[in-house]
Design a protein around this ligand. Structure first.
Ligand SMILES: [Fe+2]
Length: 168
């Protein structure tokens, strides 16, 4: 018998994000200033809002194909020099980030090896992968992967994130 443990499949899609969704979600995010960024993380599931029903359907179609469903979703905005420390997402299997708005100066999302910071780096071929924001880019990743948002250099960076679990 053999089985895989901690495989690191990451899924990437490109979806259409409307100007209306961008504007609506930016206004909401701006109401929830935290110390280092804006986030609705501590509020209700953002995908329950009827104003973004089309976006919700698009995302759910993709999640369905992966046999995943949303536990919680939120929107997060970054001003200049805003960032997000190294973290993982608890109580879920997969998480995702959808870049709603960005520019060339928007900071990257950096994913680390699952053993970070304890890995013995000499035997790890690649210790991190940097994802450059692009409007409509959706990245679905295992929730246990440590990741950071580097200090941001514009006022546009806006993402929708969600925590996901297997449907059955
Ligand atoms: Fe995260």
């Amino acid at each position: 018998m053999k089985f895989l443990i901690f495989p690191n499949y990451v899924y990437k899609y490109n979806i259409k994000v409307s100007q209306q969704d961008q504007n609506f979600l930016r206004i909401i995010a701006k109401n929830y200033k935290q110390e280092y960024h804006y986030t609705t993380f501590y509020k209700d599931n953002i995908l329950l809002l009827p104003q973004i029903n089309d976006l919700k359907k698009t995302l759910e179609n993709i999640f369905d194909k992966l046999n995943l469903k949303v536990l919680h979703a939120w929107v997060q905005g970054y001003g200049e020099d805003n960032f997000h420390d190294c973290h993982t997402h608890a109580e879920c299997m997969y998480s995702c980030v959808l870049y709603l708005d960005c520019s060339d100066k928007s900071s990257k999302t950096v994913f680390y090896h699952p053993t970070h910071p304890h890995s013995v780096m000499y035997h790890v071929k690649k210790t991190n992968i940097q994802i450059k924001p692009k409007i409509g880019k959706l990245v679905i990743f295992p929730s246990y992967l440590p990741h950071v948002v580097l200090p941001n250099k514009d006022k546009k960076r806006l993402v929708l994130s969600a925590n996901l679990i297997q449907k059955s």
